[in-house]
Design a protein around this ligand. Sequence first.
Ligand SMILES: Cc1cc2nc3c(=O)[nH]c(=O)nc-3n(C[C@H](O)[C@H](O)[C@H](O)COP(=O)(O)O)c2cc1C
Length: 162
Amino acid sequence: MDAMNWRSTMGKFATGVTVITTVDEAGNPLGMTANAFTSLSLDPPMVLICVDNKSDTLTKLLASNKYGVNILADHQEPLSRAFARKGGSEKFEGIAYSTGETGVPVLSGCLVSVECIVKEAVQGGDHMILLGEGVRIHEEASVTEPLLFYRGKYEKLNGIGA
Ligand SMILES: Cc1cc2nc3c(=O)[nH]c(=O)nc-3n(C[C@H](O)[C@H](O)[C@H](O)COP(=O)(O)O)c2cc1C
């Protein structure tokens, strides 16, 4: 049960990739890559994300009480890499996005983006679980293929899902 073994064991669960976005008090955009995302409830519509206690974005997420879940398309691996780095608003330099009705950044070119309001924050080991209620969906009909993450590597469906 060492950390390396645990990470590689959990990595055998194939996931999509998201960029979680929010804003600080001054309205500056912030974001981080996350695959610890799941659909939680249908009525009310809820999701959850798990954010490392060491993430700089976490304090901002807790302060703003809202987040965007941007589900990445297969061409957005560079975006995933950019938002997996440390740094504040400069992660958004050269990134196309709009501002959602809650104020969170909605990244362009994603499969779908959901704006959420934080309903509860629960400590889970070294991560914080943020339960969010979905309030607005943004979808680009022309984008159909997801970016995947499996065993520590980016993968694509290669047309299987089309
Ligand atoms: C594919 C992938 C998935 C990730 N999933 C998560 C996650 O679910 N939760 C998390 O806290 N960090 C996750 N990370 C790591 C963060 O993106 C990374 O630590 C980032 O630097 C945090 O930025 P921040 O400190 O500016 O918030 C993931 C990274 C990658 C590449």
